[in-house]
Ligand binder design. Structure first.
Ligand code: URA
Length: 433
């Protein structure tokens, strides 16, 4: 077997065997297969596709390309993962809730790249919070207080890391077999027994249509079945940001407010849907509506917020920032953005909103770009809202005056307007099991 034959086979639209996929992943991870050969094969996969069996074989080969975390000591762990979005602070709110219910919350999260943010960057805006703890500490924290959130220090699915970076440079990210295998390989390597996936759909997501999001979900659920990891997909709307903030410290502040019970409707609906399904998978209740009530009790009693404080303290973070979020350092310029006419918000270019936040310094274009925790965007008006001319539709938080002024113009360009009333969008589109 050699890589040239494998590339030619996929180029000509033939199905790859398990042995061929294993050969490719093993030799690409070790560097024997070069980046240009891998690029040719990935492009062939992108154009000719992969069937269900090939996608599963690719997933398992990538999952087994590095370390595989063993969380069996912790009991039944249910992982949660998002396919990426704008203003997605759901993990920060949901994991403490899950832990306060008594479900072990052990999650390795990622950093932001491109227009989407990452939970680890957000957590690092809390002074002192250590996202780089050892795996032993991670497991001990979950045993002791029921929760730990850390970055990916383990060598989990290194083949995916390499392939993902390569796909990013050859315009091959938005492909269902490649996304499904990328996500599921990491989830399988991360050791949870069951998985709830937030599959984002819309202008700020990789999946632009509900049909594609369904196909991606069904592929990932199928892979989960074969890997013996029951998986549920919750399709969520990404035509507008989740909640009202985009940017690291700004999103942590919104998450703290949410844990105090002050949640925007979209955040609440997504939290309740994901959380109630996680509870069901964890064997904590088959009645989804009853599960939602338990979640609200944990928020209203303050137990979920206390769990978040415990998490922060346990990982070296300064809890006084959670008690008093005004302590978070603010950006130098907080500039209101005013509507130029009276109208209803018809649409938002959500990926562009992500890019604006990135250009202010909240995200990174390249993997090693530094992050500015203070900057970002506050959104006051979303799809369906009525706006009067001159009304403040949002705020730009910038550390650089020129970047701030540019961001105002760009944010105004992200809004699409209608003279007629517009219906609000549903935050949760459907659940696929
Ligand atoms: N998230 C991933 O982890 N992989 C992809 O390919 C796309 C989104």
């Amino acid at each position: 077997m050699n890589i040239l034959e494998i590339i030619a086979k996929k180029r000509d639209g033939e199905k790859l065997s398990k042995e061929e996929i294993d050969y490719f992943i093993e030799n690409y991870t070790s560097g024997v297969v070069t980046d240009y050969q891998a690029a040719a094969l990935v492009m062939a996969i992108y154009i000719k596709g992969m069937d269900y069996e090939e996608t599963t074989n690719l997933t398992l080969a990538m999952a087994n390309s590095g370390e595989v975390l063993d969380l069996s000591d912790l009991g039944l762990v249910v992982d949660k993962h998002s396919t990426g979005g704008i203003g997605d602070k759901i993990t920060l709110i949901l994991l403490p809730i899950i832990a306060s219910i008594g479900i072990p919350a052990a999650k390795m999260s990622g950093r932001g790249l491109g227009f989407t943010g990452g939970t680890i960057d957000k957590l690092e805006s809390i002074p002192g919070y250590d996202t780089g703890i050892s795996v032993e500490e991670f497991i001990n924290n979950v045993k002791n207080i029921g929760i730990s959130l850390m970055g990916q220090t383990l060598n989990l699915a290194p083949a995916d890391k390499k392939l993902y970076a390569l796909r990013d440079t050859i315009s091959c990210i938005d492909n269902i077999p490649l996304i499904a295998s990328s996500i599921m390989s990491k989830k399988i390597a991360a050791g949870a027994e069951k998985i709830v996936l937030e599959v984002t759909v819309g202008s700020g997501a990789f999946m632009k249509t509900i049909e594609d999001a369904r196909k991606l979900s069904e592929t990932m659920i199928g892979i989960g079945k074969l890997a013996n990891k029951e998986t549920i997909c919750v399709l969520t709307n990404m035509n507008e940001p989740i909640g009202y903030s985009i940017g690291n410290a700004l999103e942590v502040k919104e998450a703290i407010e949410a844990l105090k019970g002050n949640m925007q409707d979209d955040v609440k609906e997504i939290i309740l849907e994901l959380g109630s399904n996680m509870m069901m998978l964890a064997g904590k209740g088959d009645n989804i509506e009853e599960n939602k009530k338990v979640i609200m009790e944990k928020i209203n009693s303050g137990e979920a917020l206390n769990k978040f404080k415990e998490l922060v303290q346990n990982q070296g973070g300064d809890v006084s920032y959670i008690d008093n979020p005004d302590k978070f350092e603010k950006a130098k310029y907080i500039i209101p953005v005013m509507a130029e006419k009276s109208a209803y918000v018809k649409g938002m270019k959500n990926d562009d909103i992500g890019y604006i936040s990135c250009s202010l310094g909240a995200g990174r274009i390249r993997k090693d770009d530094p992050i500015n925790n203070k900057v970002g965007i506050i959104i006051n008006k979303k799809i369906g809202d009525k706006v009067e001319s001159g009304e403040i539709i949002g705020y730009i938080h910038a550390d650089d005056e020129i970047k701030g002024a540019t961001a105002i113009k760009k944010l105004l360009n992200c809004y699409e307007w209608s003279d007629e009333p517009v219906e609000k969008e549903r935050p949760v589109i459907e659940i696929i099991k």
